[in-house]
Design a protein around this ligand. Structure first.
Ligand code: NAD
Length: 253
């Protein structure tokens, strides 16, 4: 029996990066998993590699009708829903606050905040029907501490932290647990693009950013995926509204 045997999970942004690692580790742990993303080719290929326990659904998490259809498709394919991983996210514009446009601000909130709202909203009925479940929201170290860049992103991750605590309180009576995860820098396409946009030597940036973590390096997607497996499993059955910080010690200082 795997740690997630009998459970059905949906992972937004599951085609690459942290989301793809979550998909792989949850399936290895016995779950059936719906991958929801915009990257249709990559998402379909990953699902095909993983076999019958994986299905791909296209949805933009900022579009309510697409989210509702992906969740309905997951329940139709696998018969239930036990776990929602709200992982899809974008970094957005990296400008100081006074230079940002309204559209740049709104796009980040639409994906990172409204996307969590839409997915949670439409997952509640199937999670209730399953007798409870686990919602896992990807926040960031920047949902806990500030940084002098990416203002819309950091605002969005602070919002996700308190959305998790609020929903933990609203749905505790339904035995739906809601927790947030706060990763330090993890080497994924998102971080690669962010560091490339800084110009110069990307590997040098990688070492410098890694050195900000007391453990001396960036994390890898599996470091977060194993935390997601734990929060998805019944091993964490007394955890709700918690912040699981997986950051190589970044926020200890
Ligand atoms: P990534 O960019 O590597 O992957 C994100 C995935 O989300 C992609 O497959 C992308 O297609 C998908 N996606 C983006 N917008 C979407 C939308 N509107 N609808 C559906 N899917 C969408 O990102 P990552 O680094 O793996 O990050 C995953 C999550 O973890 C994000 O919420 C991110 O903010 C958070 N996080 C990442 C880091 C890090 O260092 N990588 C640190 C802290 C938090």
């Amino acid at each position: 029996m795997g740690r997630l045997s009998g459970k059905v999970a949906l992972v937004t942004g599951g085609a690459v990066g942290i989301g793809a690692a979550c998909v792989v580790r949850m399936i290895e742990s016995g779950a059936q998993v719906a991958i929801v993303d915009l990257h249709d080719d990559i998402g379909r290929k990953l699902a095909a590699q993983l076999g019958d326990n994986a299905r791909y659904f296209h949805a933009d998490v900022s579009a309510e009708a697409e989210v509702a259809a992906a969740i309905a498709g997951t329940v139709a394919a696998f018969g239930r829903l036990d776990v929602l991983v709200n992982n899809a996210g974008i970094a957005g514009a990296n400008k100081p606050t006074h230079e940002l446009t309204e559209a740049e601000w709104d796009r980040v909130q639409a994906v990172n905040v409204k996307g969590v709202f839409f997915c949670t909203k439409h997952a509640i009925a199937p999670l209730r029907a399953a007798g409870g479940g686990s919602i896992i929201n990807l926040s960031s170290i920047y949902g806990l501490v500030g940084a002098p860049d990416l203002p819309p992103y950091h605002a969005s991750k602070g919002a996700v932290r308190l959305m998790s605590k609020t929903d933990a309180l609203i749905y505790a009576a339904d035995r739906i647990r809601v927790n947030s995860i706060h990763p330090g820098f993890i080497w994924t396409p998102l971080v690669e693009q962010h560091l490339a946009a800084m110009g110069g030597d990307a590997q040098q940036h990688r070492r410098e950013v890694g050195a900000l973590h007391p453990l001396g390096h960036m994390g890898e997607p599996d470091d977060i995926a194993w935390g997601v497996v734990y929060l998805a499993s019944d091993e964490s059955k007394f955890m709700t509204g918690s912040e699981l910080v997986i950051d190589g010690g970044y926020t200890c200082r």
